[in-house]
Structure formats: structure tokens, C-alpha cells
Design a protein around this ligand. Sequence first.
Ligand code: NDP
Length: 285
Amino acid sequence: MPAKILDGKALALSLREGIAREVSVLAQNTGVKPGLAAILVGDDPASAVYVRNKKIACEKAGLYPEEHLLPTSTSQETLLALIHQLNADSKIHGILVQLPLPSHIESKAVLQAVSPEKDADGFHPVNVGRLVEGDPVFVPCTPKGVIHMIDSTGLDISGKRAVVIGRSNIVGKPVGMLLLHRHATVTICHSRTKDLPSIVREADIVIAAIGKPFFVTANMVKQGAVVIDVGINRLDNGKLAGDVDFEHVKEHAGWLTPVPGGVGPMTIAMLLQNTLESAKRFAKQ
Ligand code: NDP
């Protein structure tokens, strides 16, 4: 039987409707409107699209969006000064710095300058530590979206074999940690992994976060597995493709996410949710 397709667009839409309702209740009860500041340095077209989509999603859900579009020549000092200003701004409850930054700016210093209490992407070391301890405040958006998608299948993650392909700080490692906290038995694979296909074949849950189109083939996937494709790759013909060979894997998997329309929309929904949760914490103070 072919895989059931996990519609990230529909799932994200229903989450965003719930967020919009909560935003309105929060504003009525406390006068606080969740504010998200997005910073984009440079003119990378893909990053510009992401930032614009995030702004539109904020507006639709009733959040207050602030966009800071800076030229490529922006100095690290200027960028840090802006972040300090946003850290102190009571209208702002979430700050995101769109990556990648131009090469003359040290990403680590910039991400560490964002207040851990407004770190909507969950990349600050304090939030990474809280996540590892199993007591997270901000969970990185894409990994949080991945877990929501698995939960939407009704599968009980506890005790399952999960294989994450990719070990980046923004996707692979935090996804692995979240699955571990949900009591999966987790293996994280990377470019030095030996005999990767045989490891992936054991998985009840496969997370592909590699950045290589069609990397996960049908013969790597166990019958009935839940396969979540995080990858976004631009093909020579201009189309987008994930890291999973969708057409063939769908004959083996139990559940499968498409690209586009899978994890991508969930990432934005989780960003709104992180900002809402942050605003609620500020409102309590
Ligand atoms: P990175 O480039 O930071 O990490 C890629 C990972 O894949 C690395 O750990 C690397 O291993 C591993 N890898 C590369 N080649 C192989 C191989 N041949 N065999 C096994 N492992 C391999 O990417 P990101 O984690 O940032 O992103 C991954 C993908 O997800 C990209 O396509 C990106 O565009 C997409 N993405 C999508 C998002 C969404 O919202 N849907 C959000 C973020 C990312 P090693 O560490 O050994 O080099």
C-alpha cells in the first residue's frame, strides 16, 4: 500500500489558526501582542523569500512583525547593536537572525548576542543546553515541526528505532535530542557513517536532513516507516526537491512528507508558536 502523505501545509494552517486565536485572547487579557523581529543581512534571494513569508505569516496570525533588512556591507558591530536594541524592546518577544550571514560576520557571536529569553529559533547555547537537559524553553523551529508531524500520524514514538541523517546544529542534532526525550532509540548518521543504508533500513522513523536531492532511496526504507524529509534542494530545472526519492519511497513508507509542502510550512508555524509562548512568559512577569 502506498504511503500516506503528511500534508505540512494543512497541518501548519490548522496550527496557525489556533495560534491566531491564542494571540487574540492574550491581547484581550493582557494587552500584550506577540512581536517578532526578523533580521536579514544581504540580498540572498532564498533568505529574502523566507523572511517575507515569515512576515506574512505573522501578520495573518495577528502577531506584530518587524523586519530589519540590512545591506551585505553591514558590520558585525552594527548588527550586534541592533540585536541589543531589540533585546531591550518590550514590543519584541522573538528575534530571529536569518542564516547564512555574510562571511565577514561571525555567526556564533551574533546568535549568542540574542537574549536567550527572545531566542525564537532556539540557537543560543543557553537554549541548546536547556534542550539537552530535557527542559527546553525555545525548541528550534524545524525540529519542533518534525516532531509535530510524526505525532500527527498517531505513531507512539516511545521505543521506536529512529534514524536521523544529518548532524547539523539547527536540524539533525536537535531532532535527535527531541526523539531521545520521547524515548526513541536514536541513531544519528553523517557523512562518515559506514553502511548508512543498512542503518536506515532498521528505522521505524527516518528523518532526512542532508541537503542532497533523492539521497534516501526506496531500498533504504523499511516497509511502513514514517519518513520525514527536511531537505530543500533546488534542481537544475528550477524545481524544488527534498532529500528523499519521493516517487519510489512512497511505495515503501507508511507515511511520507512531500517537498515542498511538508516540513517547510511547519517551520514557520513553529516560529509563530515560539514567539507566542515567549510573549505569554513576558506577560506573566
Ligand atoms: P548542513 O549542511 O548543515 O548539514 C548536512 C548534514 O548532512 C551534515 O551533518 C552532513 O554530514 C550530512 N551529510 C552530507 N552528505 C552526507 C552523506 N553523503 N551521507 C550522510 N550524511 C551526509 O544542512 P542543514 O542541517 O542545515 O540542512 C539540511 C537540509 O535541510 C538542507 O537541504 C536545508 O536546506 C534543509 N532545511 C530545511 C528547513 C525547512 O524548514 N524545511 C530548515 C533547515 C534546513 P557531516 O556533518 O559529516 O558533514
